[in-house]
Design a protein around this ligand. Structure first.
Ligand code: FAD
Length: 496
């Protein structure tokens, strides 16, 4: 029996390894040819796999590390060496992946058994037992998981008295705020060699220089400690803030490690809760962080599982416009978008609010094809995997489905102005909606509500927004629509 470790299942103590002596790891290059992935994403995954191989060998496992074009080619080699072998792997979260792997193995005369995925706390069986049918919502799931996992609970009541401290998570830092430090993990020889190979072998989008992501379990643990010590305390208040020139603020930068299996969700949650118990971080920061890891991450994994394949085939708002070129070249005078796209290009990372309220929001109100945006997110981010990118982009970000979000996260420039310092230095006027020089977010926002009225007016909590629309006169609406047309044309032509 051989354990087949996939490239994003790299924790040295995953249960799938229990009792195993032989491990198969396949580095399939053709996988990375499917999209113009960010070179830091490819460098991260391949370097982390090669480091995991070496650590497993040091721990006494016999590791067959096979470099091939495809999984099929590598499995051909494996079954030539070990005819009829039985393989065991952790359940991959992407839709249909376990079946595809099983077929590949069966076609070569072997068997594949699939076991629980340790990268999540809540199994598919437990989630489905908790909630059958449609209409599942994050907040219910989060509270259920808090109780079930006994995280931040005082008996049956939430620690601090509230289930969530959203209200305290919307501050912006003062002008003289110094952002807490962010650790850098300088590439060692093996990582450097991997990055050089990526640069030579693949067509990519984004900047490779400056790569500093954790590629080993030891580095990922250090990144967790560093976050808890230096940034967790400020995570809560500044969770929704955006600051010019700042990529990370107090965010944890742990998603790439969590999604590769270098860190487990429970140890990440426990480290944050321990800081609260030591009085080193306030409840609004620790609860805010737990809500992301125990709440959103677990919830969206199941929302994805339960809504695929529909999720990636449909669009509730039926949009077909191409994503504007600024997503690919960051060439725009809009300071907020130029910063956010620049962060993605330079690091393969932008924090949650940049993703949701800038990059997704702009595409949403512009009317871009959400599936193209999903592709863009998928190739551009170091932490992107189908199971997590698709529900975030298509559910939360663009409202292509209403299966697990009650309304679109659409907003005008007013939100950007309130939560960032971008607008003060932007040539566009955030206080104007129409006329040359008006912030493009504004006309697009009102025009979006107008164009999608039939679908949205009765949806979730959209009533308040339509009350504002109703106060606009016919001539105001016509001017807005004209400005929105101009903004879309300029964006299309790369002149926004
Ligand atoms: P922090 O802000 O420090 O949050 C802590 C952890 O919580 C993250 O590391 C992550 O593991 C988890 N988390 C927080 N929010 C979410 C969420 N909505 N879904 C899943 N996990 C969450 N996350 C990805 O891991 N991969 C993606 O491809 C991805 N694409 C996104 C696309 C859009 C349009 C949006 C709105 C969000 C996306 N997210 C994605 C979720 C979230 O933005 C990132 O997990 C987060 O920004 C990663 O940075 P961080 O580690 O500093 O997170």
């Amino acid at each position: 029996m051989t354990v087949w470790l996939l490239g994003d299942q790299l924790h040295p103590e995953h249960h799938v390894l229990d009792g195993a002596d032989r491990v198969l790891v396949i580095e399939a290059a053709a996988f990375a040819d499917r999209r113009p992935y960010h070179p830091q994403k490819l460098g991260l995954v391949f370097a982390a796999m090669r480091h995991a191989r070496d650590r497993l060998r040091e721990a006494g496992y016999a590791v067959d590390y096979r470099r091939a074009e495809t999984f099929g080619d590598a499995l051909d080699e494996h079954f030539t060496a070990r005819p009829g072998d039985d393989l065991r792997c952790m359940r991959p979260p992407s839709h249909g992946a376990a079946d595809r792997l099983r077929e590949l193995v069966a076609a070569r005369g072997g068997t594949l058994s699939v076991v629980h995925d340790d990268r999540f706390l809540c199994s598919p069986e437990a989630f489905d037992e908790w909630h059958e049918g449609e209409g599942f919502r994050h907040e219910d799931c989060y509270r259920w998981l808090r109780r079930r996992e006994d995280v931040l609970m005082d008996g049956s009541t939430p620690a601090g008295g509230e289930w969530n401290y959203d209200e305290s998570n919307r501050e912006t830092p003062p002008a003289d705020w110094s952002p807490p430090p962010v650790p850098r993990y300088e590439p060692d020889g093996l990582t450097r060699e991997t990055l050089d190979w990526v640069a030579e072998r693949f067509d990519t989008w984004g900047e490779l220089a400056g790569f500093a992501w954790p590629v080993t379990r030891a580095e990922a643990l250090d990144a967790l400690d560093h976050f808890v010590e230096h940034r967790l305390a400020e995570f809560g208040p500044y969770q929704d803030a955006m600051v010019g020139g700042e990529c990370a603020l107090a965010h944890s930068l742990l998603s790439s490690s969590l999604n590769l299996g270098l860190l487990g969700p429970r140890e990440v949650i426990d480290a944050a809760v321990a800081a609260y118990e030591r009085d080193e971080a306030p409840i609004e920061s620790v609860e805010g962080f737990v809500r992301q890891v125990l709440g959103w991450r677990e919830f969206l994994r199941h929302a994805y599982r339960r809504t695929m394949p529909d999720l990636t085939e449909r669009d509730l708002l039926d949009r077909s416009r191409d994503l504007p070129p600024l997503y690919y070249d960051a060439e725009t005078d809009m300071r907020c978008l130029s910063e956010a796209v620049g962060h993605v290009h330079d690091h393969g990372y932008a924090h949650h609010i940049e993703r949701l309220m800038l990059l997704a929001n702009f595409a949403l109100i512009y009317g871009a094809d959400p599936h193209e945006l999903n592709e863009w997110f998928h190739f551009g981010f170091v932490d992107a995997y189908h199971w997590v990118t698709a529900p975030n982009v298509l559910g939360m970000g663009t409202f292509a489905t209403d299966a697990f979000t009650s309304k679109p996260y659409a907003s005008s420039g007013n939100y950007v102005d309130r939560m960032s310092d971008h607008c003060a230095d932007c040539p566009y006027d955030v206080d104007s909606t129409t006329g040359a020089g008006a912030c493009p977010f504004n006309a697009l926002y009102w025009d979006f509500l107008d164009r999608n009225e039939t679908r949205l007016r009765g949806t979730g909590r959209m009533g308040l927004m339509y009350a504002h629309v109703d106060r606009k006169s016919a001539s105001e609406r016509a001017e807005i629509s004209e400005r929105a047309r101009t903004v879309r044309r300029l964006a299309r032509e790369g002149r926004l």
